[in-house]
Design a binder for this molecule. Structure first.
Ligand code: NDP
Length: 278
C-alpha cells in the first residue's frame, strides 16, 4: 500500500524544521508516513495544493506567505481558523473534502502554559504586532482570562481594529508603541516580524513588571533580538518560538493521525541541534 504523504508548503521553505519535527513524531508514535518541504510561492499555491490532494496527499501545513491563501481556498474551516482568518493545517477528509484548521494559537498557549509554566489568567499581557500571527493567537489567549491584553503595533490602526474585533472575548485594547509609556506587563509577547531583520520594536523602557517574562514567536539558530531584549530587561524567562512551532505541529499531527505526540523530547532535540540548552 502507498505510504501516507504529508508536506509543508511555503516560500522560502529551505530552513523549515517541520519535516524533522513530523519525522520525530512519526517515529515516536509508530506511525508510517512521509513529510516533505515544498517551495511554493503564493501565485502557485492553488495549483500545488490541488495537485497534492488529487495525487493522494493526506495533509498539508502552510506557512509564510500562504496561510491567508489557504484560508480562502478551503471549503471547510474550524472555528479557530475563521477567527484567525488563516489556515496553517489542511487535512483530507474521508469524503474527499479538504478541512482547514489553525493550530498556531493552541501551539503558543500550550508552550506558554504547559511547557514553560507561565500564567495568563489574571495577568497583564502585552502583544506586540497585529499581523497574521498576532490575530491567530488572540482568541486562545483571551480564553485564558488575562486581567488585560494590550495589542501594540507600528501601524496603530491595525492594533485598534484587532482589539475592536476581539473585544467581545475579553479586556483587549489596541495602541501604538509610544502609548505604552508608564505601563507594566507580566508577559510580553513579540508577534512582529522585527526579529527576522534583527530589530526590536521601538518600545519605551520599564514595560516589564518585576518577575515578568518575554516570548518571541520568531526563532532562529541564535537567540533572537527580542529574546536578548527580554534578558536585558530582566525577564525571569525570555524564550523564542521553537516550542510554539513544535506544539502547533503536534496539534496538526493529532488532527491527521488521531494520536498526540509528546513534545518535550522533540523541543529538546531541536534545541540541541542549534546548540541551545534543552
Ligand atoms: P505579518 O507580516 O502578518 O505581520 C508582521 C507584523 O510585524 C506586523 O504587525 C508589522 O507591523 C510588524 N513589523 C514588521 N517589521 C517590524 C519592525 N521592524 N518593527 C516593528 N514592527 C514590525 O507576519 P506574521 O504575523 O505572519 O509573523 C510574525 C512573526 O511571528 C514572524 O517572526 C514569524 O516567524 C512568527 N511566527 C512564529 C510561529 C511559530 O510557530 N513559532 C508561527 C507563526 C508566526 P505593521 O502592521 O506596522 O507592518
Amino acid at each position: 500500500p502507498q505510504i501516507d504523504r504529508y508536506a509543508v508548503f511555503g516560500h522560502p521553505i529551505g530552513h523549515s524544521q517541520s519535516p524533522r519535527i513530523h519525522t520525530l513524531f512519526a517515529a515516536q508514535t509508530g506511525q508510517v508516513l512521509t513529510y516533505a518541504a515544498q517551495d511554493v510561492p503564493a501565485e502557485d499555491f492553488e495549483t500545488a495544493a490541488r495537485e497534492f490532494f488529487v495525487t493522494g496527499g493526506k495533509g498539508l501545513n502552510c506557512t509564510v506567505p500562504l496561510k491567508e491563501l489557504a484560508f480562502a481556498w478551503t471549503d471547510q474551516l474550524s472555528e479557530r481558523a475563521v477567527q484567525a482568518k488563516a489556515v496553517n493545517t489542511l487535512a483530507l477528509r474521508p469524503d474527499g473534502a479538504v478541512f482547514g484548521d489553525n493550530t498556531d494559537g493552541e501551539g503558543l498557549v500550550r508552550d506558554l502554559t504547559g511547557n514553560l509554566g507561565l500564567g495568563i489568567e489574571g495577568r497583564r499581557i502585552l502583544l506586540l504586532g497585529a499581523g497574521g500571527a498576532g490575530r491567530g493567537v488572540l482568541a486562545p489567549l483571551l480564553a485564558l482570562a488575562p486581567e488585560r491584553l494590550v495589542i501594540a503595533n507600528r501601524t496603530v490602526a491595525k492594533a485598534e481594529i484587532l482589539a475592536g474585533e476581539f473585544g467581545d472575548l475579553g479586556p483587549v485594547v489596541g495602541c501604538g508603541f509610544a502609548d505604552l509609556a508608564g505601563e507594566s506587563f507580566d508577559l510580553i509577547l513579540n508577534a512582529t516580524a522585527a526579529s527576522l531583520g534583527g530589530e526590536v520594536p521601538d518600545l519605551p523602557g520599564g514595560l516589564l513588571a518585576a518577575g515578568g517574562s518575554c516570548y518571541d514567536l520568531a526563532y532562529g539558530k541564535e537567540p533572537t533580538s527580542f529574546v536578548r531584549w527580554g534578558k536585558a530587561a530582566g525577564a525571569a524567562l525570555s524564550m523564542d518560538g521553537i516550542g510554539m512551532l513544535v506544539e502547533q505541529a503536534a496539534a496538526a499531527f493529532e488532527l491527521w493521525r488521531g494520536v498526540r505526540p509528546a513534545t518535550r523530547s522533540v523541543i529538546a532535540a531541536l534545541n540541541a541541534g542549534r546548540g541551545l540548552a534543552a
